[in-house]
Design a protein around this ligand. Structure first.
Ligand code: ADP
Ligand code: ASP
Ligand code: MG
Length: 406
């Protein structure tokens, strides 16, 4: 008998028909004698709709993060109860548990909490009674007994955390595509499904915008050496295995990713003295705002400019912080632009092959797409471009690296 964790995303439970389909997948696994813990996300666009509702109250001002968590966590409460009912309707025992009931203890960083530990005693107790346990993804409880959420796409991380805490034999992430592809298969016709991918490459792809897995879930899977399988809840064909050492040869690049959740902030004429960059970025990190690409100009007249990117959904908050910094430190103007996109290529093969970046730049040049900023690491190259060019850029780059697949 194995312990299997299965996670179903919002699209897999979007309506009653899909919920019944998931119930069948889960009970098929259970019927084979396995213990099954199921993690589910909110139905369809529920989380987006809840964010809209909050915006109707708050307009452009920032809502209290504690109350956002209280609101957003309600989406998963609906889907777990419906799925438990669907499983029961098929004649199998099931119980639904909210994050706190399932033992998720998190930091108190509302809307972006990290899982500290999962106390699995309640889950184990329910499994011992032969129940299928349906857990609300994306949520937990802070040490102050407040409901927290883990950031968008966080249900993947909930699933991996349970798999790690319970030493599960298998962790399957069911979604609406058949695995991880060389680009978003909904946008790029010639995208190729990967049979396997390493944690490191998947982590980069996820961080750089390939929504199919949440990056924290991959980070956690790597840390606890949990193999993940990404597959479709509709076809259930063998999907993509995410693991430490894939058997296949290192591909030159394993994927192209697009991220439009990007905003660029430029601070001009910062006095050129030690400590100011530290001061500026530490204010952002104190508010959990991740800074990505950073560019510092060559100083002139005792000043320098710094340009950097932050997630667009944190853009307003970041801008507020930076404008205050600019005021307090006598810098020049602050510019903000969120009509940009980050396009990246990821591949372990890059480490040993020269010229990968220039091939990418050539693909962009051929379509007359201008590059605004560049950042590289051993296994990725990212460029910042105008958002209007984003889809064309992904297509051009994918065509260049995978020419025979359109
Ligand atoms: P879920 O609701 O199951 O969590 P998501 O919408 O979060 O699903 O993620 C699945 C989506 O990720 C797919 O529908 C696909 O459009 C998108 N996607 C982006 N990049 C990739 C990629 N490289 N491989 C597979 N899917 C991708
Ligand atoms: N429902 C949450 C979201 O939409 C969590 C998830 O889907 O993983 O972000
Ligand atoms: Mg998701």
């Amino acid at each position: 008998m194995s312990l299997i964790v299965q996670k179903f995303g919002g699209s897999s439970v979007k309506d009653a028909e899909h919920v019944m389909n998931v119930a069948r997948v889960v009970t098929d696994t259970y019927k084979k004698g396995n213990s099954v813990v199921v993690v589910v996300s909110a139905q369809g666009d529920t989380t987006d709709d809840l964010i809209e509702k909050a915006a109707e109250i708050n307009g452009d001002s920032l809502a209290s993060k504690r109350e956002m968590d209280m609101l957003l966590a309600s989406g998963e409460q609906i889907s777990i109860s419906l799925l438990a009912m669907a499983i029961q309707k098929l004649g199998y025992p099931a119980v639904s548990l909210l994050g706190w009931q399932a033992g998720f203890k998190t930091t108190s960083s509302h809307t972006w909490a990290r899982i500290r530990k999962v106390d699995t005693s309640r889950i184990k107790q329910e499994l011992d009674q032969k129940k299928i346990v349906v857990v609300a993804g994306f949520q937990g409880l802070s040490r102050y007994d407040d409901i927290t959420t883990l950031g968008r796409g966080g249900s993947d991380t909930s699933a991996v955390a349970i798999a790690a805490a319970m030493h599960a034999d298998l962790c399957q992430i069911y979604t609406d595509v058949e695995g991880v592809y060389t680009a978003d298969p909904r946008k790029i016709k010639g995208a190729i499904k990967l049979n396997e991918i390493s944690y490191d490459e998947m982590l980069e792809l996820a961080t750089l915008g390939a929504q199919v897995l949440n990056n924290r879930s991959v980070e956690m899977a790597k840390k606890y050496n949990i193999e993940l399988e990404v597959l479709s809840s509709l076809t259930q064909k063998p999907g993509t295995i995410v693991k430490e050492r894939p058997k296949m040869e290192k591909m030159l690049i394993s994927g192209v990713a697009k991220d439009t959740n990007v905003a660029r902030i430029s601070v001009t004429c910062i006095p050129d003295k030690p400590g100011l960059a530290f001061k500026m970025f530490s204010k952002l990190s104190a508010r959990d705002i991740n800074v990505d690409i950073i560019l510092q100009s060559i100083g002139r007249d005792g000043t320098k400019d710094i340009t950097f990117t932050v997630p667009k959904d944190k853009g307003a908050e970041a801008l507020q912080i930076i404008e205050k910094f600019a005021n307090d430190n006598g810098t020049g103007a602050v510019h903000y632009d969120d009509k940009i996109a980050k396009i990246s290529i990821v591949g372990a093969g890059m480490e040993t092959h020269a010229g990968v970046a220039s091939t990418m730049f050539e693909a962009l040049y051929n379509r007359q797409i201008n590059i605004q900023m560049i950042s590289t690491s051993e296994i990725k190259v990212s460029v910042l471009i105008d958002k209007r060019d984003a889809d064309l850029a992904v297509e051009a780059i994918h065509d260049k690296f995978f020419p025979d697949n359109d």
